[in-house]
Structure formats: C-alpha cells, structure tokens
Design a protein around this ligand. Structure first.
Ligand SMILES: [Zn+2]
Length: 211
C-alpha cells in the first residue's frame, strides 16, 4: 500500500506541520494521516527520510502489522498532543499536563538516538538507530515540539482564525498579528466574506465606509 497524499510544510516548525496533517478538526475527512504509508510519505516529503529510507520502512512495516499499527497509533497520539499543547498556548491557556506527558514519553525514546556527526561549520545533529525503526520519523517531531516549547518563539504560535481550519503556524510578522494560516486560502476566503457583507444588496453607501 502506498500513499499519494500531498502534505504542506509551511507552518514554520516541523511539529506544527505534523499537527496540520489534520487541517480541520471539525471534519474527520480532512485528516490526511490515514495509515502508516501516509506517515512514511509525510516524512519523505518533509525530508526526514530519503526514498531509500522510505522503502526500508515500508518493507519493515510489511513484516509486522501489529508493530506498524502501534507506531501509527503513537503517531496520532503525538500529533494530537502537539495540537492540544500549541492550540492551548495560542489561546493563552496552559497546556494539558497529559499532553506534555505524551511528548515526554516520546522524547525519552527519541533523544538517546541523537548523535553529533560531521557537517555544517563543524558538527550537526544526526539521528542514529536502525534505519528500519518504524517510529523514526516521530523523533524529530518530538524534538521540534520540545525546541519550540522551550524557545521564546512559543509566544508566536497561532491557530488559523478561520472556523473551518485548525492549522497552527508560527507568526513571524513584524507586528505579531497574523490571523490566517495562509493569505492565499483562509485569508482570501475571509476577505471575500467581508467584501460580500459590505456589498450585499440593501447596504447603503454609509455602511461601505465601515470596513
Ligand atoms: Zn487556515
């Protein structure tokens, strides 16, 4: 079984991109992570693994459907924990300690796999461990969430203002008042709704001046 789903990587942090694989939490059909092959495909599109690594994972997944199912459940739990934590922070609420526990459990298995490898000016982080570890794409997600939670940028996490979109994003605008995940989609729809309200029949010229 292969996945042909296309994923977006525009949120500004890997963990938020992962949360955004379910773009509208009010609509179960909007969940793009339907199976383990989707998870491998997501990791491949996000450059967490290459094509060769994806093939290895798909082969390993074929050997044990029970282990694969467990990892997929773990991935969904991680995603919902990431969404829960950052959505709460975006609203100005405290994150649920149970969601932080989910992150801590994943970090406990992920962080011991980090190694220094040659690269960059001197060294870079590299994930070690068997290349066919079914959950290896979850390690960088957990680390990304931990990095963001401990960074000053955590105050810049937003949830899209559209009622039919639950995308999270990092607001790097100068004034820190970005409302939409993407001006080309949700932003434009909101603009069109405002335009319609202003210009619908029966509205006078005075009303036009209020926008
Ligand atoms: Zn949106």
């Amino acid at each position: 079984m292969t996945s042909t789903t296309t994923f977006a990587f525009s949120a500004g942090a890997l963990c938020l991109d992962f949360a955004n694989t379910w773009g509208n939490r009010g609509d179960p059909c909007a969940d793009r992570l339907g199976s383990y092959p989707d998870l491998v495909n997501w990791a491949c599109q996000g450059d967490l693994i290459d094509d060769r690594g994806a093939l290895r994972l798909e082969r390993a997944a074929g050997k044990s459907s029970r282990a694969t199912g467990r990892v997929f459940d773990q991935a969904v739990a991680l995603r919902e924990a990431v969404y829960g934590v950052f959505s709460a922070l975006a609203r100005g609420d405290d994150p649920d300690p149970a969601a932080i526990d989910v992150l801590n459990r994943l970090l406990a298995s992920a962080l011991p796999r980090l190694r220094l490898a040659p690269g960059g000016a001197c060294c870079r982080w590299q994930w070690s461990g068997p290349e066919d570890s079914l959950d290896r794409m979850l390690w960088p997600v957990a680390r990304s969430a931990a990095d963001l939670l401990t960074s000053e940028l955590v105050g810049r996490v937003r949830e899209c203002a559209s009622p039919s979109c639950s995308w999270l994003f990092l607001d790097r605008s100068r004034n820190g008042r970005r409302k939409w995940c993407d001006m080309a989609t949700c932003g434009n729809r909101a603009k069109a709704r405002r335009y319609y309200r202003r210009h619908r029949p029966g509205r006078g010229v005075e009303a036009e001046a209020d926008g």
